[in-house]
Write a protein that binds this ligand. Sequence first.
Ligand code: GAL
Length: 467
Amino acid sequence: MFPRDFAWGAGTAAYQIEGGWQADSKGPSIWDTFCHEKGKVFGDQNGDVACNSYELWEKDLECIRKLGLTHYRFSLSWSRLLPEGTTRHVNQKGVQYYNKVIDDLLACNVSPMVTLYHFDLPQALQDQGGWKSPSTASLFDSYAKFCFQTFGDRVKLWITINEPYVCAKLGHEDGIHAPGLKEPGTTAYLVGHNMLRAHAMAWQSYDSLYRSKQGGQVSLAINSDWVEPFSTDCNEDIAATERYLAFSLGWFAWPVFVTGDYPEIMRSAIDAQSRKLGHKDSSRLPSFSKDEPSVLGTADFFALNYYTSRKVKPGGGCGRMMCMKSDRDAAEVLDPSWPICGVSWLAVVPDGLRKLLKYIKDTFNNPTVYITENGFSQLGPVEIEDVQRAEFYKDTILKVAEAIQEDGVRVRGYFAWSLLDNFEWADGFSVRFGLFHVDFADEMRSRTVYRSGQEYAKMILKHKLGK
Ligand code: GAL
């Protein structure tokens, strides 16, 4: 059913699991700062301890082995390695920690997939403008080179930046993620631009300095919902759906995989909206400089984070003068056939993943694809016998198999989100995505496999045996 060398994985991210926020001279990140401010996160919770994976890594490794994963995706905390964000000061304890994680994984025959940036910018760099500042891209490149140099002899799959869309929009437009900026209509575009530049620089560095010696692959993880017009025979709904896609998947995938520039739909929508509001300035969406290497072609595979599907109609402006939603003019509409389950934003639509994979094949020139995140969360009282989530994984993996066999999509791996229940950003610990339950009231943060974890392990075993 699946290729023999298919990657069966699960993922985590540093801030969501590690804890040890000040341990061994780690520098603070923007998530430390954001959570320590009152009123930002559900119940004023924070990731100071989280799953305490900084101290309990061996417990995570046991979980990974129990599932029979072939791959484990985790992220490096930039400010644990470089407390001030720059290579002027390297924290050797941080290097030791990640060396141990990587070596232990390899000793158990598990391949690491390493994310360099999963939302947690060093606070020191935020203080100098963060992702709004063009120079953050060069600092990211230095950090990436440091990581390739230090860990790249053993790490062969790299993700530079996780979900630039979420960082840009939730962190700088809506203000519900760190650094909590609410600067609608401008900053998210600037931040997204600098993240694309950062990604491209790091890919270029890998390509010219490390690829021949290390032989790995580098990409960025792009999140996208699957979207369909609310009424399939309504032209306005069809056009709104195209705009919606251009402003999400297209924003980051189009420059990297198709043209080296933003989708035309996005550029013209932002220009038109600017004119409507009487702004002469149509450069709210920045332009790529001819003096820098192109972002086109800077991905060795397509890394996709998929969670949900949406129906779309025109509309959805934010009611303010200027915001991304008004630029996009495409609203999500709830459809009874795709009901929300669990968290407020997650309609469970496994078939949406198959359709999205086919769309990616057709639009982005049939790339190899890793599904770097996919999952479904529990809300409210914990159920270890989470039958619904177990079913979800079965249904979804079947759809991935269909995408490979029937649609010819070159999917190379699937990473469930997440290995562990963890700190789910603005929702704190109230939302559980783990294949393992974590008892956050217990000092030892005991991990217990869910039914969904057991079922995932069975599926992995079955496919490994070629059944
Ligand atoms: C993604 C993010 C993950 C995880 C997941 C579930 O946006 O990369 O860190 O939180 O969503 O909401």
